[in-house]
Design a protein around this ligand. Structure first.
Ligand code: HEC
Length: 98
């Protein structure tokens, strides 16, 4: 059941993202649903090599250094998942993103 709900969320996110892509390119403002999906991806993909860090335990500067390399080189997330994780992290930190 959890998986089904997750897939529905993902589909809705994908549909939504396609619809507003051209209009909205700047820093993401996250809906609660996107935040939840980003968090799930973060928890599932970002704890394979090290613990799933509490996002707030690292500084904004540290995240700025490591987030992109982690998403692209280590976790090798696709673009959509990468964006959700990125948005989730910045959202947790309460900043707009870099
Ligand atoms: C293939 C293994 C691997 C995966 C998957 C991975 N990481 Fe990492 N991560 C590392 C390694 C190795 C380091 C230490 C490298 C460094 O400090 O530059 C690290 C360091 C970090 C740090 C810095 C920790 C600190 O103490 O400053 C953060 C934050 C981080 N990873 C987040 C993530 C996130 C977010 C993801 C998912 C998108 C992720 N990692 C996925 C291997 C991985």
């Amino acid at each position: 059941m959890r998986i089904n709900l997750f897939i529905v969320c993902l589909l809705m996110t994908a549909l939504y993202a396609c619809g507003v892509k051209s209009a909205q390119k700047s820093a993401p403002t996250l809906s609660n649903a996107d935040h939840a999906v980003g968090k799930t991806i973060y928890q599932e993909k970002c704890g394979k090599c090290h613990p799933v860090f509490d996002v707030k335990s690292k500084s904004v500067d540290r995240w700025s250094q490591v987030l992109q390399p982690m998403i692209k080189d280590k976790a090798k997330l696709n673009e959509a998942d990468g964006k959700l994780v990125e948005a989730f992290v910045w959202n947790e930190l309460g900043v707009k993103g870099k």
